[in-house]
Structure formats: structure tokens, C-alpha cells
Ligand binder design. Structure first.
Ligand SMILES: Nc1ncnc2c1ncn2[C@@H]1O[C@H](COP(=O)(O)OP(=O)(O)OP(=O)(O)O)[C@@H](O)[C@H]1O
Ligand SMILES: [Mg+2]
Length: 335
């Protein structure tokens, strides 16, 4: 049996996400067992460690196994910069226009065939720029890509990243881009234009520009196997210099009537009474975002729960949509 200290070290390294230490303690346990004459057990332990290590390391073609989710969590200063999650979201959960659906399917396909693509000297799309108004599925896309590819989602925390001092921000960015090599995942820079905005920074336009430029350079130079996703609400920031750092540009839009109908139906059709006209509801909801539609539908579901009813009328849905529209107008006015 492993000693108490070894057991503790194993658990601790697992909890701290220190993968290398985890394996090294496991090898110590194997050595310990071999010394005590448990040769078979020692061999089995070594084989398990080797197997686990080879799964996380590079396979022929230069691509890490996409199924190997690192046990590591961001540690030390990185923990203030990245928050990690393991989304289960799927592409089928999203309502998408044809163009976006094709683009996302293509990205997923290229990632799934990454080893083959790389072995022919080509590179799969992995640096993506997502542009579109609030509530149209940009953050959801990052979750879906992580979910579909079985990768961890690392959300970059802008509050931890942006400091008054340009040197510090650049150093923190450097840490994140080092991490893209060590822990393969989906790295999501939400509101990524804020990195180049004035917020929280010295009022020197030149300096702000330099940070954005060094960020763009890091994106360009990144040769890891991670996905790097930037999202923004501001289409006006798009220019060629920016776009050429990315492999793909994805445009998000407010849903049209058909897509509104799909969102509402997918969430509510189970409870809606027979003569509900989704077309009529969709026409009323035009202008609302996917996020607002989802919120309105959830309000209807909650009311049904509270009233302990299994039936909802078109009027219930229509009222929830109107309320959402009213709230959204008020919120937009006050922001
Ligand atoms: N295309 C979509 N299909 C289905 N549901 C969606 C879609 N887009 C958004 N939603 C719903 O709205 C929620 C919020 O969307 P999300 O956070 O992805 O928007 P966003 O584009 O990142 O907005 P923001 O610019 O404000 O960050 C999602 O969690 C999901 O429930
Ligand atoms: Mg978002």
C-alpha cells in the first residue's frame, strides 16, 4: 500500500491541478510497491501513468488528444486571469442562421481532423473573431465549441487583466498565451476590444494602442493547439489589420421571425395550447435578442410552474414578450 504521505501528496497534487507532480507521486508509489516485492502492481501502476501521459501528450501529427481534458486548473496568478469550466453545451442547442451554422460546423470538423490536417502542413481554424449585438450567442458559441470538442473553456477575466500599467497588462497577456500551449482549451476573450480601450488605463492613446497591438501580435504568433476566441459588440473596430490575425470571422445578428419561432417553440411547445400561432408571436417579438427571448420563455415556464398548470396560452407568451421588450427599452435608456 502507498504510504499515508504519498496518498496525501497524490490528492493534494490532484486538487491543485499539478499534473506533473501527480504523475511523479504515482511513479513513487509504483517504486515503493516494487521495493516491497509487489512487482505486478508496480508494473500496472507504471503502465497506467504511461497511458495517461501519452494521452495528454502529442500524438503523431503534432496534435494533443482532444479527449484528454487536463486535470489542471489555472494556478497562482493565472487563477486571477482565467476562470475554467467544462461546458456540456452542444451545437444543437443553438438556433443559428445558415451561414453561422455552416461556419461553426466547419470549425468543429477541422478541429476533429486536426491531427490529419497538421500532418499535411496545414492548420485547422482556431483563431476566431465573434462580432454582434448583445444576447446573440457569442459567449454561448465559446461554450458550444468547448462542449463539442471536449475541451475546457478558459474565460479570460478582463478585470484581472487590465491594470493601470501597460507593462503589467502585457505581462499578464503573455502568461495567458503561455498557458494556451500548456493547457489545450478554448480561450475566450469576451469584450476583447476593452483591452485596447481607455477603461482603467492611463489616458495616453499611444499606450492604449500599444497594448492592443501587442495583444494582436500575441494572437498572431500563437502556435499552440488551443482555440482563441475574441468577442465584441463593436463592428466598427473591425479593420483589416485586426482581421488578418484571425482564421475566421463570425457575424451574429438578432433573430429573424423564423429563428424567433424556433427559440420559442423549442422552449415552450411542450406546454403551449393547440392553437398557438408561433408566427404571430414571432412577428411581435421582432427586435428582441436570443437572450431576451430565452428570458421571456423562462418567465412563462416559471409562471406555469407556480400556477401548477401544464398549459400555457398564446396570450401568456405574448405578455411575457411584451414585458421583456418594455424592460429592455428601459434598460437601454438608462445605460
Ligand atoms: N443563437 C442562440 N440560440 C439559442 N439561444 C441563444 C442564442 N444566443 C443566445 N442564446 C441564449 O441567450 C443567452 C445569452 O447569450 P450569450 O451570452 O451567448 O450572448 P452574447 O452574444 O455573448 O451577449 P453579450 O454581447 O451581451 O455578451 C444564452 O445563454 C442562451 O440561453
Ligand atoms: Mg457574451
Amino acid at each position: 500500500m502507498a504510504s499515508a504521505d504519498q496518498l496525501k501528496a497524490l490528492l493534494q497534487s490532484h486538487l491543485e491541478g499539478d499534473e506533473n507532480r501527480f504523475y511523479s507521486v504515482a511513479m513513487q508509489v509504483a517504486a515503493h510497491e516494487a521495493k516491497r516485492g509487489h512487482g505486478k502492481l508496480a508494473e500496472e501502476l507504471r503502465a497506467l501513468v504511461d497511458q495517461a501521459k501519452s494521452r495528454r501528450s502529442v500524438v503523431p501529427g503534432g496534435m494533443p488528444d482532444s479527449k484528454a481534458v487536463p486535470i489542471s486548473k489555472p494556478r497562482g496568478e493565472l487563477a486571477n486571469l482565467l476562470s475554467v469550466s467544462y461546458p456540456k453545451s452542444r451545437l444543437g442547442n443553438m438556433v443559428l442562421n445558415n451561414e453561422l451554422a455552416l461556419q461553426l460546423e466547419r470549425i468543429i470538423l477541422e478541429q476533429r481532423h486536426a491531427a490529419e490536417i497538421l500532418s499535411h502542413g496545414l492548420s485547422p481554424r482556431r483563431k476566431l473573431l465573434l462580432v454582434g449585438p448583445p444576447g446573440t450567442g457569442k459567449t454561448m458559441t465559446a461554450s458550444v465549441l468547448a462542449g463539442e470538442l471536449g475541451l475546457p473553456l478558459f474565460q479570460v477575466r478582463l478585470d484581472g487583466l487590465i491594470t493601470k500599467f501597460m507593462g503589467e497588462t502585457a505581462a499578464k497577456l503573455r502568461q495567458i498565451f503561455d498557458s494556451t500551449h500548456h493547457a489545450r482549451g478554448v480561450y475566450f476573450f469576451d469584450e476583447f476590444d476593452a483591452i485596447g480601450s481607455q477603461r482603467g488605463l492611463a489616458n495616453d492613446v499611444g499606450e492604449v494602442r500599444r497594448i492592443l497591438n501587442s495583444f494582436l501580435q500575441m494572437i498572431e504568433q500563437d502556435d499552440s493547439h488551443s482555440l482563441i476566441i475574441g468577442a465584441t459588440n463593436h463592428p466598427d473596430i473591425l479593420d483589416n489589420a485586426l482581421f488578418r490575425r484571425f482564421d475566421d470571422l463570425l457575424h451574429y445578428e438578432l433573430p429573424d421571425e423564423v429563428n424567433i419561432g424556433s427559440v420559442l417553440k423549442s422552449r415552450l411547445s411542450r406546454l403551449a395550447v393547440k392553437n398557438t400561432s408561433w408566427k404571430r408571436l414571432a412577428a411581435k417579438a421582432l427586435g428582441l435578442s436570443y437572450a431576451e427571448l430565452t428570458r421571456a420563455a423562462d418567465e412563462v415556464l416559471k409562471t406555469a410552474l407556480i400556477k401548477r398548470t401544464e398549459k400555457i396560452s398564446e396570450k401568456d407568451i405574448s405578455q411575457a414578450l411584451e414585458e421583456r421588450r418594455w424592460l429592455s427599452k428601459r434598460l437601454n435608456k438608462s445605460s
